[in-house]
Design a protein around this ligand. Structure first.
Ligand code: ADP
Ligand code: BMX
Ligand code: ZN
Length: 286
């Protein structure tokens, strides 16, 4: 069964064929900057056009809350203009295939959980455009009654911190995410994206990266306290950036023993969302 898997992120869109756990024909494009439903529709249409004919079903991992096939942003500055975007209906119409959709971090959590040898409880965190999360407890992926489960990027890191696009002040996402890092940059780093800031060896760049890593480490300690998970897996382009996870591990090691938990980089790297959505649609584990 060939699944057309699609990953909708705040920075990039990806699509590929997935057979079992094998990913082929992967394509990527930037997420449209205009943040309108029409721009997203057009970008998706172009991205998947060469992949539709050979696919038997569609599986989507998308940033935002995905519930009953409808996509809404919790942080509209990451994927705006989508108050109630009928994601499943739109893709069913343009592909004429069965479509399932799930939050990107929940999907990635499932792929990463399936790659673990024998843990039952895990938390996945993506540090990317935003900070997303997925929780597996007793071997079951938690989606929540409205799709919100695992949105750990919107837990409180600093009540005096920057305003988050979700409306709260001081969310983890506002400090630790790629967008958050870029928004806090000043002076010589103002206006640069997180990727560029990571490549700069200046005191301010190091401080922004360190604040992100420390905030993530505190979130991981919180996640351990809430779930007693055996492992935390980190993905996303910021999470997978060179030197970032070791820094998170260093900050986590400063927390009391009870909050220590095994930390791993995403086994499927940037493909965890694509694969997780496909695995869920295929209804099988690895
Ligand atoms: P998405 O959020 O669309 O899933 P990514 O996981 O690629 O996409 O995350 C995008 C964020 O990661 C952006 O803020 C970008 O600046 C940042 N980024 C991309 N590559 C790197 C890198 N090599 N090092 C640090 N940050 C990166
Ligand atoms: C935001 C939120 C989450 C998402 C997370 C990571 C939106 C549009 N997205 O917290 O649903 O899982 O970002 O998304 O409100 P990414 O684009 O960084 O992968
Ligand atoms: Zn928030």
């Amino acid at each position: 069964m060939t699944t057309l898997a699609i990953d909708i992120g705040g920075t990039k869109l990806a699509a590929a064929w997935v057979d079992g756990q094998v990913i082929t024909a992967r394509r990527e494009c930037p997420t449209p900057a205009s943040q309108t439903p029409r721009a997203l529709q057009e970008a998706l249409r172009t991205l998947i056009a060469p992949l539709v004919a050979q696919a038997e079903q569609v599986a989507v991992a998308s940033t935002g809350i995905v519930h009953n096939g409808i996509l809404t942003s919790i942080n509209p500055s990451n994927l705006g203009g989508l108050a109630q975007f009928p994601l499943v209906e739109f893709l069913s119409t343009i592909t004429d295939l069965p479509v399932m959709a799930i939050n990107d971090a929940q999907a990635a959590a499932w792929a990463e959980f399936c790659a673990l040898p024998d843990e039952d409880d895990m938390v996945f965190l993506t540090v990317s455009t935003g900070v997303g999360g997925g929780v597996v407890l007793n071997g079951k992926l938690q989606r929540g009654s409205g799709g919100l489960a695992g949105h750990l990027g919107h837990t409180l890191a600093d009540p005096k911190g920057p305003l988050c696009g979700c409306g709260r002040r001081g969310c983890v996402e506002a400090i630790a995410s790629g967008r958050g890092i870029a928004a806090q940059a000043q002076g010589e780093l103002a206006g640069l994206d997180a990727k560029t800031i990571f490549s700069r060896d200046t005191a301010q760049a190091r401080k922004l990266v360190a604040n992100s890593a420390q905030t993530l480490a505190r979130l991981i300690a919180d996640a351990k306290a809430i779930t007693d998970c055996q492992v935390v897996v980190v993905g996303g382009s910021v999470g997978l950036a060179q030197g970032y996870l070791p820094l998170v591990a260093e900050y986590l090691s400063q927390e009391p023993d009870v909050y220590q938990v095994s930390l791993r980089a995403a086994h499927y790297r940037h493909d965890a969302g694509l694969l997780g959505a496909a695995l869920l649609a295929q209804g099988d584990a690895l």
